[in-house]
Design a protein around this ligand. Structure first.
Ligand SMILES: CC(C)(COP(=O)(O)OP(=O)(O)OC[C@H]1O[C@@H](n2cnc3c(N)ncnc32)[C@H](O)[C@@H]1OP(=O)(O)O)[C@@H](O)C(=O)NCCC(=O)NCCS
Length: 161
């Protein structure tokens, strides 16, 4: 896994790069307008990009509403998957959500998406229900998952000043 990752807020200028990843990651990708609306008109929205060598290799977004964070999307560029980067990205989202005051995080995931579910379970998410036919492209059910964010403990190296 690259060690020199940068995590920063998504900007309007990032949208074309994000949409390219969105198209390789999802059956019903968000449009550029959808991302623009999130960045400019949704006061609850927080979108993060993960960069390596100046290139965006992943992104994730969430709505932080009082003490709950709802993940809207998360993706790693296809040629960078399976190296621990999704885990780094979601950990940063969790840390950021906690910083903004959330103590729990929720998301929906396709019942068939075992890769993403594996990542979520690893980071503390537990299944809590089903939204039937949530995905319009194939009427697939969504698994609803929740994680408690209070589990977060700084790594030992972060505690050394
Ligand atoms: C889901 C996604 C973000 C995971 O990112 P990633 O960088 O590939 O994942 P990581 O390498 O950090 O792996 C983290 C965990 O995910 C699971 N995982 C990753 N790749 C996997 C694979 N090929 N098969 C099974 N589980 C896998 C494992 O639990 C893994 O933990 P482990 O390495 O200790 O076994 C990425 O696959 C992706 O962008 N997918 C397309 C978009 C998507 O489905 N987003 C989620 C929508 S709800």
């Amino acid at each position: 896994m690259p060690s020199d990752l940068v995590f920063r807020s998504m900007t309007i200028a990032d949208i074309p790069f994000i949409v390219a990843i969105e198209h390789e990651a999802f059956a019903t990708p968000w449009t550029p307008e959808a991302f623009k609306n999130e960045l400019t008109s949704n006061m609850f929205a927080r979108y993060m990009v993960m960069e390596h060598d100046g290139q965006i290799i992943g992104y994730g977004g969430m709505w932080v509403i009082v003490d709950e964070a709802h993940v809207t999307n998360i993706a790693v560029r296809a040629d960078h998957r399976g190296q621990g980067l999704g885990e780094r990205l979601l950990t940063e989202l969790q840390r950021t959500a906690a910083f903004f005051g959330a103590n729990k995080m929720t998301l929906e995931v396709r019942v068939s998406n075992e890769v993403a579910q594996g990542l979520y379970r690893k980071l503390g998410f537990k299944p809590s229900g089903i939204r039937p036919a949530y995905y319009s492209d194939n009427n697939e059910d969504a698994l609803i998952m929740w994680a408690d964010l209070n589990f977060y403990q700084p790594a030992a190296e972060e505690q050394e000043w």
